[in-house]
Write a protein that binds this ligand. Structure first.
Ligand code: HEC
Ligand code: HEC
Ligand code: HEC
Ligand code: HEC
Length: 125
């Protein structure tokens, strides 16, 4: 009995390892950004926004500052209005007007700065 139990436990481990390898190595999930979609810069491009609309230097080499983002997205107040239904509003909090890049990244997955202290389940685009 004991021996049988330990065998099946071992085969479970082997199966689990194989499943893990299958999922990560064979299927290779698309890890580009939230919900496996594209990164923020790609999604801007898809709306017809060129590199040069964000990057003022040519060729692009540096990060893009918050005033450039606000040049199109208006003001913090305007963005906060768009996420009014998100509780709590990531764009209107006791943290004030954070730099966009505290949460949004253009060429890698975005993050959620509030997580360093809270457990809000934001999906940052
Ligand atoms: C040239 C104008 C322009 C600039 C500059 C710009 N955006 Fe956008 N952005 C847009 C447009 C247009 C959309 C699509 C419509 C919308 O969601 O407002 C968009 C969409 C977004 C979205 C929603 C994307 C989604 O898939 O849900 C986020 C987040 C965003 N921008 C953040 C930023 C940040 C951060 C910066 C600065 C690094 C930035 N934008 C710079 C025009 C711009
Ligand atoms: C504390 C993190 C954080 C910061 C800082 C932040 N955002 Fe966001 N932003 C989010 C999250 C989270 C969402 C998704 C909210 C939702 O839809 O539930 C979002 C959504 C957006 C959207 C899409 C709104 C829509 O139409 O649904 C835009 C545009 C945007 N952010 C622009 C900006 C810009 C520009 C800045 C800098 C001025 C900025 N954000 C700063 C977290 C942040
Ligand atoms: C929505 C605005 C936006 C668009 C459009 C955009 N970028 Fe960026 N780019 C950024 C931001 C913000 C950073 C800072 C790093 C990050 O957030 O991923 C950056 C960083 C960079 C860097 C510096 C290396 C790094 O990762 O820090 C390069 C090079 C670059 N971008 C190239 C491009 C090229 C080429 C295009 C067009 C195909 C493009 N970018 C389009 C916002 C943008
Ligand atoms: C450096 C730590 C820290 C960060 C980062 C932070 N907070 Fe807080 N937050 C606190 C503290 C401390 C309190 C007050 C104690 C409490 O009520 O939990 C608080 C309280 C709150 C409250 C009111 C209390 C509640 O839970 O309803 C909200 C809403 C809130 N924070 C939202 C945010 C948002 C949105 C962000 C990201 C933009 C954020 N916080 C980032 C530390 C932080």
């Amino acid at each position: 009995m004991i021996r049988h139990y330990s065998l099946s436990k071992r085969s479970l481990i082997v199966l689990g390892t194989l499943l893990f390898l299958f999922l990560t190595v064979v299927l290779r999930p698309d890890v580009s950004g939230e919900d496996g979609k594209k990164f923020l810069a790609d999604r801007h491009q898809a709306k017809g926004i060129a590199c040069s609309a964000c990057h003022k230097e040519d060729p692009p080499k540096a990060a893009v500052s918050t005033p450039v983002c606000l040049g199109c997205h208006g003001s913090y107040a305007r963005i906060a209005e768009k996420t009014l239904k998100t509780e709590p509003n990531p764009h209107a909090s006791h943290m004030g007007n954070l730099s966009c890049d505290n949460c949004h990244h253009a060429h890698k997955g975005s993050e959620n700065q509030c997580l360093s202290c809270h457990q809000f389940n934001f999906e940052t685009p």
